[in-house]
Design a protein around this ligand. Sequence first.
Ligand code: HSE
Length: 350
Amino acid sequence: MRKTYSSLGAESLNLILIGFGNVGRALARILWEKIDRLRGLGLSINVTGIFKSNGGFVDSNGLMLGEILEKSEQHKSWVPGASPLSHIEELPCDVVVEMTPTNVRNGEPGVSFIRKALEEGKDVVTSNKGPLVVSMKSLLSLAERKGCFLLYEATVGAAIPIFTVAREFLRHDRIICVEGILNGTTNYILSRMSEDKVSFDDALREAQEMGYAEADPTYDVEGIDAACKLVILANGLMNMDKHLSDVEIEGISRVTPEMIELAEEDGYLVKHVAYLDGEKMEVAPRLVPKNSPLAVGGTFNVITLNTELSGPLTFIGKGAGPRETASAILADIITIAKKRGGIKSGEHVA
Ligand code: HSE
């Protein structure tokens, strides 16, 4: 039986962060901001490694996050070329937080980082869709064999706690179908085109500047990101074994200002809608009545679960944004700490 964090007392929950882009930096900042609150819960978080593609910040006694955010690679803990694969074994580490960019072709490098962490008996939290889209079943069964957690709340709907709700409150129920808006960038673009008559290209540029878009924004505009999330929902909520090739995908690149205007004259909005049931999985632009629950603006996502016993349950929240995504990651870290006995239940961080 692997160690629990229960004996924490003066001990710390040691984290390794992999990926230091918008989300990784936002997580480091939130950990820095919340450090005292977390300590108040008896959860002393220590980040022993932060890795980027060209090296890492390493300190087995715990990194000074504020200094690293300020000084970046000028910080004394910076080790050029350092790889997370060797440091997962060497550094004090309870939870590996994997936040590298999504790669839907083979899930790398995220798959290798997650696999290595689980093989070493570490719990894992990820915001990276690629590894789950490519190998969700095998990664989850590796986690189970190793007695580890693999949590991925941040991968779908960012701040919307959809998997936690399903895990905690709907275990007795059956989800029959799922409908929603799963990509913040495309919803932001369509909203800006409709509400402010901004051009597609300008709205996309804004979404990139604010850190909503994927590293490769064609994943957003061509519907691939929403399709990835639909696959994760199918497998995570409905116990399916789906892949990207199972999803009919149409993005928003063919949506014109004229289409949006015509729809509005008839009381509709053009939205990029995702749908999933036992037979069909699709993402495509659709006409949505202005008073529909799907008529959310900006980076909001919406997810409706149609269930056997509870009827329709609709969740709305910020589906993109570094802080919203990092917030979901921190929630997963706290869930793990709580399940390992390292935090008292029923207490709040803020
Ligand atoms: N690019 C994604 C989106 C980020 O816009 O929804 C969150 O997964």
